[in-house]
Design a protein around this ligand. Structure first.
Ligand SMILES: Cc1ncc(COP(=O)(O)O)c(C=O)c1O
Length: 388
């Protein structure tokens, strides 16, 4: 029998992998009434100009081969314009690498920069790839606690000296999936200082960058002094420009860090299709010229408010999101996250993600994704409220 030394029974039964089959089972048990709010799959279409550009690209004969691995010039230029406009930061072309979505890169980073047995700092509640990338690379995850009172930010400056001394990599993500929290500039500054002091690579996953609420402004890692020394910032076009299926994203770091990634990807991956790169450049241009991130944020803020007001009336408690497009609900005392999600699915026909998917510390919560119309979210909130 063929077996995998990586995907052992122990790994396969971890909630981070197990929850995926739980969600599949729930979907199969349900009927067409199901409102699936388990996945963060943007439901908004890209701008019409982006589709027009893609159609034009598809009719060109010269760009159907392997894509431009160095990045289409128009895309690189628009990434530079984007950084300038959004964050007042100057980025050189050799500090940018265009990638096929963020997810693969999160794994590659662990392979490239961490040796087996070395320590990776992982927020105790977070996007599952951080923990799995560490595990798959036979490195040592060190889970950094997060508390709602500190915006669910891992206060790495409080970690023991010996842990910091052996840490090689820290993953961070704000606006945060799954909690909806946003980091402050002060917190990020303290984290950058720690990473510089101990030579820790800071992987700043800015997948939801512009989706912030209530007067907050988007934050780039490179607004923070010294961040260029130790940081890499990843921006996904899945959420910002609603192009999740196209698999297009980009990372920014100093030239040396980018070169490591470039060399690794050059032998393990291929470039994004040129049509997606050129139309993706159009999408970024639209964001830059029309301040489209603000429009996006206001759509998700309205959706958040609809769900919050339904839950407030019913006495359902949650962490108030400051950004991103998720809500992090508390599971009632005495229930597990899986049981609670299964009950909501069976009785209310709304599918939510059990919080342990994001780490064992998430086992007292479930995550609701705001990627559905206002009407559907209202119905979902009413149905869940009806159960309580
Ligand atoms: C925090 C975070 N990082 C990365 C990703 C993946 O982004 P991409 O679609 O670019 O792979 C997601 C998607 O849900 C996410 O929530």
């Amino acid at each position: 029998m063929i077996t995998s030394p990586l995907l052992t029974a122990d790994v396969l039964t971890k909630p981070m992998i197990n929850v995926v089959s739980f969600l599949k089972r729930m979907r199969l048990e349900s009927d067409s009434e199901l409102i699936d709010l388990s996945v963060g799959n943007p439901d908004l279409p890209p701008h019409a100009s982006v589709i027009d550009e893609l159609i034009k690209c598809s009719q060109r004969e010269d760009i159907h081969g392997y894509g431009n691995f160095d990045g289409q010039p128009v895309l690189l230029e628009n990434i530079q314009r984007y950084y300038r406009k959004r964050y007042q930061a100057e980025v050189a072309k050799n500090q940018i690498h265009v990638i096929r979505g963020v997810r693969n890169l999160l794994f590659s980073i662990a392979y490239i920069f961490v040796a087996p047995g070395e320590t990776v700092l992982i927020p105790s509640i977070g996007y599952q790839s951080y923990y799995l990338a560490t595990l798959f690379n036979h490195a040592e995850p060190y889970l950094v606690p997060m508390q709602p009172e500190a915006n669910y930010v891992p206060e790495v400056w409080t970690l023991p000296e010996d842990v910091l001394a052996r840490a090689k990599l820290l993953y961070l993500n704000y606006p945060n999936n799954p909690t909806g929290s946003q980091i402050t500039r002060e917190q990020l500054t303290r984290i950058v200082e720690v990473c510089r002091k101990y030579g820790i690579l800071l992987c700043y996953d800015n997948a939801y960058n512009e989706i912030v609420f209530d007067g907050l402004s988007p934050i780039s890692l490179f607004e923070i002094p010294g961040a260029w020394e130790i940081g890499i910032e990843i921006t996904s076009m899945s959420k910002l420009t609603s192009l999740a299926g196209w698999r297009i994203a980009f990372c920014v770091a100093n030239e040396s860090i980018i070169n490591y990634i470039w060399n690794y990807n050059a032998v393990t991956d291929s470039a994004v299709y040129d049509g997606f790169q050129i139309a993706g450049a159009k999408a970024l241009a639209h964001v830059i010229e029309h301040d489209d991130g603000k429009r996006l944020a206001s759509i998700y803020r309205k959706r958040r408010d609809i769900v919050m007001s339904g839950f407030d009336t019913a006495g359902i408690t949650y962490y108030k999101p400051q950004g991103g497009f998720y809500m992090w609900l508390n599971v009632p005392e005495g229930k597990t996250d899986m049981d609670f999600a299964a009950e909501i699915c069976r009785k209310a026909q709304v599918l939510l993600t059990p919080g342990s998917y994001y780490g064992e510390s998430g086992a007292h919560n479930v995550r609701l994704s705001l990627t559905a119309s206002e009407d559907r979210l209202q119905t979902a909130a009413d149905r869940i409220a009806g159960l309580i």
